[in-house]
Design a protein around this ligand. Structure first.
Ligand code: GLN
Length: 282
């Protein structure tokens, strides 16, 4: 079958669900992942034919997309900070907003005079600590998660990238600890049940609830634990970086003030939403 015919089938079957532009992007991601074909291939080889076997592969992906499986689960990887991370339904798919948080840390930390110690709380795929370990070569980076399934993914990603992040299991709501850090970072669950109406099925049905949702009546549940922990386990002048719920910026700033964090800074993400917060210890 001609590759361009397959592209047309993708549009006929999926445009109603995702829109033309996103379907094109899925199609190119798939041919790149499965057949190692670059996205401009159709422009230079409009009559390109693919084999029966390749047809089966790409139609299987099409049927998964129809069921609203995330594209990252279909290809098994997600791009983050110019790196490919293994993902599966046990971990949150890395988001572009989280890259902005990681870049903020790297910008602040790249000229540090000493080797920094960093902890990521609720690490999931490990994308945050692994990219920090990659870009801040002198840092000593750790990541914790309550989910052993998630930690397995994180450790696999650590291996893939040749990074030295120390991953360990712990419950951030009940954390006993000894060591202090220079930087603590977290992107904990923060989506309220009431916000589900704004979310897409591929997120609600296929990403881990444990990594996403918090009760409507206690949306800062994880942040209280993290901020309290950070107030005790950050070194002098250490910094806390958080990804936050866009609607709770004010509440989050108050929480950091309550724990006497200094120079509190709230930043917007690329979509103009309050998404990142930094505070430092005295
Ligand atoms: N930003 C993610 C989403 O909208 C949520 C991440 C989180 O809960 N930490 O799906």
């Amino acid at each position: 079958m001609l590759l361009k015919e397959i592209k047309n089938i993708f549009h006929t079957e999926l445009d109603v669900l995702y829109g033309k532009e996103e379907v094109s992007s899925f199609f190119y991601m798939l041919i790149e992942h499965y057949f190692n074909l670059e996205r401009f291939v159709l422009a230079i080889q409009p009559e390109l034919v693919i084999s029966k076997e390749q047809e089966t592969t790409i139609f299987k992906a099409l049927s998964e997309l129809k069921l609203e499986h995330p594209i990252q689960h279909i290809i098994g990887t997600s791009h983050f900070m110019e790196m490919d991370f293994m993902v599966n339904p046990h971990v949150l798919i890395p988001r572009p907003e989280t890259e902005e948080l990681v870049r903020w840390i790297i910008d602040d930390a790249k000229n540090a005079k000493k080797s920094l110690t960093i902890l990521d709380m609720g690490t999931g795929s490990g994308c945050i600590p692994i990219s920090l370990d990659t870009y801040l070569t002198d840092a000593k980076v750790s990541g914790l998660d309550i989910s052993l399934d998630a930690l397995e993914v994180a450790k696999e990603n650590n291996k893939r990238h040749g990074t030295q992040v120390i991953f360990f299991q712990a419950d951030m709501l009940n954390l006993k600890h000894e060591i202090k850090y220079d930087i603590i970072v977290s992107n904990p669950p923060y989506v309220r049940e009431l916000e589900k109406v704004d979310m897409r099925n591929n997120v609600i049905d296929h990403e881990p609830r444990i990594a996403l949702f918090v009760p409507d009546e206690d949306p800062l549940k994880f942040y209280r634990a993290i901020v309290s922990f950070a107030s005790k386990y950050l070194n002098e002048k250490g910094c806390l970086y958080l990804e936050i719920n866009q609607y709770l910026g004010t509440e989050m700033k108050l929480l950091l003030q309550e724990y006497e964090f200094q120079t509190i800074e709230l930043r917007k993400d690329m979509y103009g939403n309050d998404r990142m917060l930094k505070g430092s210890k005295k």
